[in-house]
Design a protein around this ligand. Structure first.
Ligand SMILES: Cc1cc2nc3c(=O)[nH]c(=O)nc-3n(C[C@H](O)[C@H](O)[C@H](O)COP(=O)(O)O)c2cc1C
Length: 486
């Protein structure tokens, strides 16, 4: 633990003391992401500059009951000693809950393995409405107060909260102050409202985050709208927040938090090292290399990674290359990992199937890089007129930027975004909570016509329906449908 003294160990640190001495004053934080901020991804993200990472949201009721045996180990493996171990810190475990007893019981089970416990107050999906958690607790302030306060009073580690803004600054600030009064020792403010989801996602409002930061005394983390490295500094300056948190930006480029290693004189298009400022100032490594590195981590650890997480990551990392080499995309989509294979320690040879395909893609990219030799990254990165952002060569990690939807409410650009008509990244399936993967209704409501571009979405509709049925009948397979079916 960074800076924790012997004296500190005997007492529970709060607010900035906790932020500094336990978390090490992180500036770059990777968000909780269902089926995507799993152990292997956390390790990879830390290698590329993340200073604090959250687990995916865990359903406190199901974790507390532990009724179905695999649920606990699927959500947080305490057996192999890797999750929450020395290589997996600092770490915050996130729960969704609407019952303080369930929450406390679950939090106590995991408090030895993490640095704080976070409560998800942001999930806007229908599944959260039905389960009465996430942003649907926004109207139940007494309950939220009790949830936070119960952990504040009874846990040996701090409680934190992640929430969405309200339509007005005043209500948002009042809400944030209530969370602080209840005992939250750090607040993550996602600058979108509960209504901003799916195709209505639009952009996050950094001004509301700024108002929250000015109103509370605990550390504030700003979440939303980070596409490029240069956005990190812009967001910190605009919000005054102590740190930034990224979800989608991190998934498409886990090096989002790192500057390009070399200056413009030796800028190299093969490695994605651009000039000193502007959109290309960040690090954009070769996507196949990072995909292979991620697979290496998955294979080397004893903790299991779900096939849906692996496939989801590969499709996001490799997205621009797969758009060009659609035969490879299809092959990747067809890979199936049988349960017996993946249940072997570290996944046995299950992941070799993916590795083989990624290596083949890498060879093709090598040819493309040779063909482009002599050109700078800037020359190879034309600005897309539909979005106003540069499109990097297809061998490099880069954000997935979609044009803003036509609806006037979602299309309105915020003050900090000079590019009008640009939607700043939104989750391909849902924004707040890919827990709704597997929930057929939620997905079809979110994005009726858009083609799926990532592996997690390559599950057929009939398969989704089956997973949903299985989850609600209590015989769910090992998917994160478990986490959301209540
Ligand atoms: C794949 C995915 C899974 C997510 N799962 C969670 C979750 O488990 N808990 C949570 O609080 N938010 C979750 N979110 C929301 C993010 O944490 C974040 O608040 C949101 O995506 C906005 O940040 P961004 O603009 O950087 O993507 C998820 C987002 C994505 C893209």
């Amino acid at each position: 633990m960074p800076g924790v003294t012997l004296e500190d160990k005997d007492r529970k640190l709060e607010g900035y003391e906790f932020f500094r001495n336990v978390l090490g004053s992180p500036k770059h934080i990777v968000a909780p992401m269902v089926d995507q901020s799993e152990l292997a991804w956390r390790k990879l993200s830390r290698r590329y500059g993340a200073q604090l990472v959250y687990t995916p949201m865990i359903n406190a009721k199901m974790y507390a009951e532990g009724a179905r045996k695999p649920f606990r180990e699927q959500n947080f493996d305490t057996v192999h000693g890797e999750e929450g171990g020395p290589e997996d810190r600092p770490l915050i475990v996130q729960f969704c809950a609407n019952n303080p007893d369930h929450l406390l019981k679950s939090a106590r089970l995991l408090e030895p393995f993490c640095d704080a416990v976070d409560i998800n107050l942001g999930c806007p999906q229908d599944i959260a409405r039905r389960g009465r958690y996430g942003s649907f607790l926004q109207d139940e302030w007494d309950l939220i107060y009790t949830l936070i306060n119960t952990l504040h009073k009874n846990l040996s580690i701090p409680v934190t909260a992640k929430f969405r803004v309200f339509p007005t600054v005043e209500k948002t600030v009042e809400y944030a102050k209530m969370l602080e009064r209840a005992g939250a020792q750090m607040l993550t403010c996602h600058g979108r409202t509960r209504e901003q989801r799916g195709h209505r996602s639009g952009v996050a409002d950094w001004e509301k985050i700024r108002a929250v930061k000015e109103a509370v005394s605990v550390p504030v983390v700003a979440n939303g709208n980070l596409l490029f490295y240069s956005d990190v500094a812009r967001c910190l300056a605009a919000t005054g927040a102590d740190a930034v948190m990224s979800a989608e930006g991190n998934l498409y480029n886990p090096a989002l938090f790192q500057p390009a290693p070399v200056a413009s004189a030796s800028a190299s298009a093969a490695d994605g090292d651009g000039d000193g400022d502007g959109y290309l100032a960040g690090r954009h490594p070769r996507n196949t290399h990072v995909a292979l590195e991620y697979l290496g981590i998955v294979k080397a650890q004893r903790t299991l990674t779900t096939p849906s997480a692996v496939k989801g990551h590969l499709f996001k990392l490799l997205r621009p290359a797969l758009a060009r080499y659609t035969d490879i995309r299809e092959r990747l989509g067809r890979v199936r990992i049988e349960r017996a294979e993946r249940d072997k320690e570290g996944g046995g040879t299950a992941w070799d199937k993916y590795e083989e395909i990624v290596r083949e893609l890498d060879e093709r990219l090598e040819g493309d890089i040779d063909a482009a030799s002599g050109k700078s990254l800037e020359e190879l990165s034309p600005v897309d007129p539909a979005t106003g952002f540069p499109v990097l060569p297809h061998w490099l990690l880069q954000p997935y930027i979609r044009p803003l939807p036509a609806e006037p409410d979602a299309a309105k650009p915020p003050a900090q975004n000079e590019k009008s008509g640009v939607e700043v990244v939104e989750c391909p399936v849902t924004v707040e909570d890919s827990a709704s993967r597997g929930a057929k209704r939620a997905i079809s409501e979110e994005r009726p016509a858009a083609p799926r571009s990532d592996g997690a979405e390559s599950v057929s509709e009939s398969k989704r329906a089956k997973l949903t049925e299985e989850a609600s009948s209590g015989s769910s397979p090992r998917t994160h449908v478990d986490a959301i079916a209540t």
